[in-house]
Design a binder for this molecule. Structure first.
Ligand SMILES: Cc1ncc(C[n+]2csc(CCOP(=O)(O)OP(=O)(O)O)c2C)c(N)n1
Length: 635
C-alpha cells in the first residue's frame, strides 16, 4: 500500500521535512495510489492528479489543522485524504463504509467542511476569517478553487465581500486548468486565458517580490484614468479584475512547481490583505490517458490502469439520460420554441447532441444553477419553451429562482431533473433526495416521476405541451429495457394499475415502481396478495387512484419513493387521504430522515431497506404490528 515515501507520511507536518527530491517522489507515490484506487472504484481522478503539488505546497506552509485548508467541490483532494490518515481506507474510496470522494468533517479533523457542491469554499473561508478575527486568533486560511468554480455565483458573492473586508492571512489559490468538466465556459474563463497567454509566469522568489511591489498599482491607474485600453492595463497589471475587487493578485505561476508555489504562498500570507494566487495546472497531470482526455477522467468509473480504457459492463438498456436527450432532440425538430439550458453539465445531462444540432437554442451558463433557472424564466416570458436539464441535487441551489422567477408568474419552464434518487458513489452531497419534497409544495408546479424510459419520453412530451412550470424527474443509469415508441403520446394524469392483490396496496413512483413489483412477488410467495399502482404524477396527485386503492380495503397501503420520506410523495398521499376522509393503515417507505452516505446504488438501497426484500420485510413487519394492535383492541 503506497510507495515508500508516502508510507512514511503520518501527518501533514511530515511533508515539511522532505527534500525537493523526496517531495517529487511523494507526488509520484500519491499519483500511483490515486490511479490504482480509482481504476478499481472510479472517482474524480483528473482533478486530483492536477492538484497534488498545490496540496504539498500548502502542507509545507500551513500548520494544520490549526490553519485552515478549504477545498472547493473537494473532488481534487485525494492527495489530502491520503496524507491525513486515510491511506489505508483509500482502496475502498467511495464504497459503502469506505472513504468519501469529497472532504467530510466526520472523516477527519483536517477536513474543514462537507464539500461536493461547487463554489462554496470562499464563503466558508470568509466565515472562518470573520470568526478568527472576532476571537483575535491568528490562523492562516487557504482556499483551493478551480477556474470553473470561481465563476459560480456563490464564489463571486464571497469575493465581493472579502475584498471589502480586507481579510489578512487569507489566500485563495485559483487552480486554473482551463477545464470545468468539459472546457470552462464564460467571460471569466476567457479573462483567465488572456492572463495565461499574455503574462510571463512568475518563476523565482525575486519575481514574487517584484509582483508584490506592483500590487495596488492597478486600482490607482484606473482611478487616474491613465490607461485607456483594457489590454494595456492587463499587460501592466495582471489580474486587474481581482485587484479591483480588493485582492492582491500573484501569478500566473506554474502550479506543478512545488518550490515556487511554496515561496509564493509564504509571501502571500505576509500581505496585509487578501491574496489570489493564480496557479496554472494540468488536469490529469502525470497520467497520460487523463492528460489526453481530462473530461473522461473528470469523474470516471473503473478502468484499466495500463491503458486508461474504461471497464464497462454492457448496459442492460439505454440510460434514462440518453432517452431524455433523444426525445428532446426529436421534440426540438418539430418545435422551434424549445431551448435547452445546462449549468456546466452538458455531457452529464446528455445535451451534447442537442448542442451540436441546435447551437442557437442551447446555453451552458457554467456552474450557475440560479442563472440557468432565471434565464429560463426570461426565455419563457419571451414565448420560448426552455428545458432546464439539471441534476436533482444541484437544482437545490436554485430554489428561490424556481419559486419567485418561474412559479409565481406561472411560466412554462420544463425542468428535466436527472440523477433523481440515490446516485451511488458520490454520496450524501449528490443524492437527488429532496426534489419531490421541495417542488411539490410550490404553487403552480407539476411533478412527474416516470417509472420507465417509455414513460419518460411521454412525460417529456407532455411537459413540453403543457403550460406552467413542470418537472420531470428520472434516475441515474440504465432504463428498464422497455421499448420506447417512435412517436410519443400524452402521459395520462391517471395512475395505472400494474398488478392486482387484496392484502397490500402499493402506491409507487418512478424507479420504486419496479421495486414494488418485485416486493409484491416476494409477498405473494409468503401468501400475501399485493396490488401495485404506478402513480406517475407526484403533483397533481391522482386522488381518484388513491381513493380506489383505499376502497379495495387492503390491510395496508404502502407508499414508496426514492426521495425523502418527510414531505415527499408519501406525505402527499397522506394529505389526500386526510382531505378525502379515507381511512387505511399506511406505511411510507422512502429515504430516511438522515443523510445517506456513499456506495453503489444497490448496496445503498439495501442499506435503507429500499430493495425488494427490504420492502417486503417492512411490509410484513408492519402487517404483524397491525395484527397485534387489532388483537389488543379486541381484548
Ligand atoms: C453546484 C454544482 N454544480 C455542478 C457541479 C458538478 N461539477 C463538479 S466538478 C465541476 C467542474 C469543476 O471545475 P473546476 O472548478 O475548474 O475544477 P477542476 O475539476 O477543473 O479541477 C462541476 C461542474 C457541482 N459539483 N456543484
Amino acid at each position: 500500500m503506497g510507495g515508500e515515501t508516502l508510507a512514511r507520511m503520518t501527518c501533514p507536518a511530515d511533508v515539511k521535512g522532505l527534500s525537493a527530491k523526496e517531495l517529487a517522489l511523494l507526488a509520484q507515490d500519491l499519483r500511483v495510489e490515486m490511479i490504482a484506487s480509482t481504476s478499481l472504484n472510479g472517482g474524480h481522478l483528473a482533478s486530483s492528479l492536477g492538484a497534488v503539488e498545490l496540496i504539498l505546497a500548502a502542507y509545507r506552509v500551513l500548520d494544520l489543522p490549526h490553519d485552515k485548508l478549504v477545498f472547493d467541490v473537494g473532488h481534487q483532494a485525494y492527495a489530502h485524504k491520503m496524507l491525513t490518515g486515510r491511506l489505508p481506507g483509500f482502496a475502498r474510496l467511495r464504497q459503502l463504509g469506505g472513504v468519501s470522494g469529497f472532504t467530510r468533517r466526520g472523516e477527519s479533523p483536517y477536513d474543514v467542511h462537507d464539500s461536493g457542491h461547487a463554489s462554496d469554499s470562499i464563503a466558508i473561508a470568509l466565515g472562518l476569517a470573520e470568526g478568527r478575527d472576532l476571537r483575535g486568533s491568528d490562523e492562516r486560511i487557504l482556499t483551493i478553487i478551480g477556474d470553473a468554480s470561481i465563476g459560480g455565483g456563490l464564489a463571486m458573492e464571497a469575493l465581493n465581500t472579502i475584498g471589502q473586508r480586507r481579510k489578512r492571512r487569507f489566500v485563495i489559490i485559483l487552480n486554473d486548468n482551463e477545464m470545468s468538466i468539459s472546457h470552462t465556459t464564460g467571460a471569466i474563463s476567457s479573462y483567465l486565458a488572456s492572463i495565461r497567454t499574455s503574462q510571463r509566469y512568475i518563476t523565482t522568489r525575486d519575481a514574487v517580490e517584484d509582483a508584490l511591489s506592483r500590487t495596488g498599482l492597478g486600482a490607482g491607474l484606473v482611478r487616474l484614468g491613465e490607461m485607456a485600453k483594457a489590454s494595456t492595463k492587463q499587460l501592466l497589471v495582471p489580474g486587474m479584475f481581482f485587484e479591483e475587487l480588493g485582492f492582491v493578485y500573484l501569478g500566473p505561476i506554474d502550479g506543478h512547481n512545488t518550490a515556487i508555489l511554496e515561496e509564493t504562498l509564504r509571501s502571500a500570507f505576509e500581505v496585509d490583505g487578501p491574496v489570489i494566487i493564480h496557479a496554472v495546472t494540468r488536469k490529469g497531470k502525470g497520467y497520460a490517458p487523463a492528460e489526453r482526455n481530462p473530461e473522461l477522467f473528470h469523474g470516471i468509473g473503473p478502468f484499466d490502469p495500463e491503458t486508461g480504457v474504461p471497464v464497462k459492463k454492457p448496459a442492460a438498456a439505454p440510460s434514462y439520460t440518453s432517452v431524455f436527450a433523444r426525445t428532446l432532440e426529436q421534440e426540438a425538430e418539430s418545435d422551434s420554441r424549445i431551448f435547452a439550458i445546462t449549468a456546466a453539465m452538458q455531457g452529464g445531462t446528455g445535451l451534447t447532441g442537442f448542442a451540436a444540432k441546435f447551437p442557437q437554442r442551447f446555453l451552458d451558463v457554467g456552474i450557475a444553477e440560479e442563472c440557468a433557472v432565471t434565464t429560463a424564466a426570461g426565455l419563457a416570458i419571451d414565448g420560448e419553451v426552455p428545458v432546464v436539464a439539471i441534476y436533482s441535487t444541484f437544482l437545490q441551489r436554485a430554489y428561490d429562482e424556481i419559486v419567485t422567477n418561474v412559479c409565481l408568474p406561472n411560466l412554462h419552464v420544463v425542468f428535466a431533473i436527472d440523477r433523481a434518487g440515490i446516485v451511488g458513489q458520490d454520496g450524501s452531497t449528490h443524492h437527488g433526495a429532496l426534489d419531490m419534497a421541495f417542488l411539490r409544495s410550490i404553487p403552480n408546479m407539476s411533478v412527474i416521476a416516470p417509472s420507465d424510459e417509455a414513460e419518460l419520453a411521454d412525460a417529456l412530451h407532455t411537459a413540453i405541451a403543457m403550460d406552467g412550470p413542470v418537472a420531470v424527474r428520472y434516475p441515474r443509469g440504465a432504463g428498464m429495457g422497455v421499448p420506447v415508441p417512435a412517436t410519443r403520446s400524452e402521459l395520462p394524469l391517471e395512475s395505472r394499475v400494474l398488478r392486482e392483490g387484496t392484502d397490500v396496496a402499493f402506491l409507487a413512483v418512478g424507479k420504486m415502481v419496479d421495486v414494488a413489483m418485485k416486493a409484491a412477488k416476494i409477498l405473494e410467495a409468503d401468501g400475501l396478495g399485493a396490488s401495485v399502482r404506478d402513480m406517475r404524477w407526484v403533483k397533481p396527485l391522482d386522488v381518484r387512484g388513491v381513493r380506489a386503492a383505499c376502497a379495495a380495503r387492503p390491510r395496508l397501503v404502502v407508499t414508496i419513493e426514492d426521495g425523502v420520506i418527510k414531505g415527499g410523495f408519501g406525505s402527499a398521499v397522506l394529505e389526500a387521504m386526510a382531505d378525502e376522509g379515507l381511512h387505511a393503515p399506511v406505511l411510507r417507505l422512502g429515504l430516511p430522515d438522515e443523510f445517506v452516505g456513499h456506495g453503489d446504488v444497490a448496496s445503498l438501497l439495501a442499506s435503507i431497506g429500499l430493495d425488494p426484500q427490504g420492502v417486503a420485510d417492512s411490509v410484513e413487519r408492519r402487517l404483524g404490528a397491525e395484527d397485534a394492535r387489532a388483537d389488543d383492541d379486541h381484548r
